[in-house]
Design a protein around this ligand. Structure first.
Ligand SMILES: C[S@@+](CC[C@H](N)C(=O)[O-])C[C@H]1O[C@@H](n2cnc3c(N)ncnc32)[C@H](O)[C@@H]1O
Length: 338
């Protein structure tokens, strides 16, 4: 569970691979200050059913493990790099406190607490449906001295922030026709939605629906159907576009179905992941290689996944975890989703 850096000579980073194994063991042998962007979507300790990992640690063990892997990520990150962690309500506060300590130690500097608002798929019976996750955005140790005055205008930021790559039209442009509007748009708010124009052809056909950035539900073409918590590539695309340049190294310690790395490959970044499950690592590699070869998101139809439309009782995928309903009420919405 703990993390100790190996004092021996460090291996080269195995770029272009999803390395099977425990991230902490693998990372301890890799060179420090070697990746430009880390995105981490760890298990949330909510009893989710993975094929190898048991998502039911006690609170202290989980928090200690979170501390260890965040420290390992901070070591791998270049001083000019960026670090994002996505986490659920249950451990958002604990994770934020760990990041605070690392800031005091001069290792990571907090920039935003982003809320990813998603829709679709939750169906609680006696409480409000969950529709968000927490995304903490930090930058590396080069930001220790703060940002100099006018640093962004002078192109002197101590980290990568490609404003124009992710700018969205402002209300002055779209609604008020205000001549003072910046023609280059504005930065997105720290509550993130995926607008329909970014999702067209991937989740719904043009004009079919209007919605905020969705989870990937079992029936969506992007959902591959073999990993319980695949994220949408669009979420990762925004992060990769704003916080890295083409050719930079993007790293995901919990690569799962390979979403981060698929998005990185699509955007011309170098990529590297670690994954505990041999099965997920193998299938994730196949996915990322396919994206690299075609430049396109891998899509799978409901027919290919064996889902028959018009038969609502048939679940798109198996329940995420058989034991969830037996646990505290806090988990019951997870048991309801498909
Ligand atoms: C929340 S999922 C990541 C999902 C991923 N973001 C996606 O879009 O597919 C977390 C993953 O971490 C993996 N995992 C758990 N412990 C690990 C460890 N110590 N080292 C590497 N991977 C681990 C699990 O097998 C699981 O696939």
């Amino acid at each position: 569970m703990g993390y100790n850096r190996c004092s021996m000579a460090k291996k080269e980073l195995p770029i272009g691979e999803i390395v099977k194994g425990d991230f902490l063991k693998l990372a301890s042998k890799w060179p420090e200050s070697s990746v430009d962007l880390v995105f981490a979507d760890p298990p949330y300790n909510i009893g989710w059913k993975y094929d190898k990992y048991d998502d039911r640690l006690d609170d202290d063990a989980y928090t200690q493990w979170t501390d260890a892997w965040i420290c390992a990520c901070a070591d791998l990150l270049k001083p000019s790099g960026s670090f994002y962690v996505l986490i659920g309500d249950e451990y958002a506060a604990e994770t934020r406190l760990i990041l605070k300590r690392l800031e005091r130690e001069g290792r990571l500097f907090f920039r935003n607490w982003i809320v990813w608002h998603y829709t679709f798929g939750q169906n609680c019976k006696v409480k409000f449906n969950r529709s968000h996750a927490h995304l903490f955005y930090c930058v590396g140790s080069a930001a220790a001295g703060g940002l100099g005055k006018g640093a962004s205008k002078k192109g002197e930021l101590p980290f990568t922030f490609n404003r124009e790559a992710i700018a969205v039209p402002s209300a002055r442009q779209t609604t008020y026709g205000d001549a003072r509007a910046n023609p280059k748009g504005k930065l997105p708010d720290d509550t993130w939605y995926l607008r329909p124009q970014e999702a067209e052809g991937v989740y719904f056909k043009e004009g079919e629906d209007v919605w905020a950035m969705s989870r990937l539900c079992g029936t969506f073409k992007e959902r591959l159907g073999w990993h319980p918590c695949q994220l949408p590539e669009s979420l990762l695309e925004r992060i990769i576009k704003v916080s890295s340049h083409e050719g930079d190294v993007v790293f995901d310690p919990f690569s799962g179905s390979g979403t981060t790395l698929a998005a990185a490959a699509k955007l011309g970044r170098k990529w590297l992941g670690t994954e505990l499950s041999a099965n997920y690592a193998k299938k994730g590699m196949q996915r990322v290689k396919q994206v690299e070869a075609t430049g396109e998101t891998v899509l799978v139809t409901t027919g290919q996944k064996g889902i028959v439309r018009g038969k609502p009782k048939k679940k798109a995928e198996k329940k995420k975890s058989a034991h969830l309903k037996r646990r505290r009420g806090v988990y019951e919405e997870v048991a309801e989703e498909v």
